[in-house]
Design a protein around this ligand. Structure first.
Ligand code: GLU
Length: 283
């Protein structure tokens, strides 16, 4: 199998040093294995995406010396594939419609009997208000959630795992059903405003692009457990994962797109070179 990895940015802001580290790590691994790095534009959240940011992604990555096969996959063109995956989960009875707003969820979680709410990759764990609803009751604007307890009951003792090659968690990881129930819960798979979620689209697209190795930040390690579950439910192959360290600012905070100082465009304006960027991120 050809080593195939990808860099999958969202065009919602300028790329920063953390993105450069992620893209260069994926690129270096692909080079070392005689494989390819694909570029995927994760533009499902259309209201937040801007053509200028997409143009800057291509420009910054070319400047770093990276290249990728064309055409580039764009998530905004992939709704049929996401709908098919949702239909598969619906046929298995694993999803339900949900009309709760963030405010409704906050309110349900503030009820005294709920105790301290647990937090998952997308925020507080869903308290289950709409869990009993049938798909036939779906209204326009409803989100779709995974019924995690039902999925777990269905899987019974089935074990599934993934191989991790990153520095922090290297080894074979068995996904723990209790972890999925207690730390991830009824995750949103189709949003109120967008016909998919990051978790669903990334799983469907990694499979469609034949991604053999996913290289991503250690902050996504929790989400990866969910992605491996979704691959299992959708009969998709599980790639090898490599969660790399995170690039932090001087205060130790993970870089965000709103921090302009360490954006690649600012660094380039101030005279950085691809070699000095590699130095800055410790490559
Ligand atoms: N678009 C996601 C990001 O920029 C992709 C991460 C991933 O799935 O590896 O964080």
């Amino acid at each position: 199998m050809t080593f195939t990895t990808r860099f999958a940015p969202s065009p919602t802001g300028d790329l920063h040093l953390g993105h450069a580290f992620s893209a260069l790590t994926a690129w270096d691994m692909a080079q070392a294995e005689g494989g390819v790095m694909r570029l995927r534009i994760e533009d499902i959240d259309q209201p937040r995406c801007r053509p200028k940011f997409e143009a800057a992604i291509f420009d910054d990555l070319h400047w770093l010396g990276l290249s990728w096969p064309e055409p580039v996959m764009r998530q905004s063109k992939r709704s049929a594939a996401y709908d098919a995956a949702l239909a598969q989960l619906e046929a298995a009875g694993f999803i339900y419609p949900c009309s709760c707003s963030r405010g409704d969820i906050r309110q349900a979680l503030s009820a005294p009997q709920e105790g301290t709410p647990a937090f998952g990759p997308d925020g507080p764990l869903y308290p289950g208000t709409c869990r009993g609803r049938l798909m036939a009751t779906r209204q326009p604007g409803d989100a779709l959630r995974l019924n995690m307890a039902k999925v777990m009951a269905h899987l019974g003792k089935t074990a599934f795992s993934f191989i991790e090659t990153g520095p922090t968690y290297a080894g074979t990881h068995h996904v723990d059903p209790n972890h999925l129930l207690e730390k991830i819960g009824d995750i949103v798979l189709a949003r109120r405003d967008i016909a998919t979620s990051y978790h669903l689209s990334v799983v469907v697209d990694d499979a469609a692009e034949g991604i053999s190795h996913v290289v991503r930040g250690a902050d996504l390690f929790e989400a990866t457990q969910l992605h491996v579950l979704l691959q299992f439910l959708l009969d998709l192959p599980t790639p090898v994962y490599h969660h790399h360290r995170l690039i932090r600012d001087v205060a130790g905070t993970r870089l965000a797109k709103r921090d302009k100082a360490l954006s690649l465009s600012t660094l380039r304006k101030n005279g950085a070179t691809p070699a000095s960027v590699r130095d800055l991120v410790g490559l």
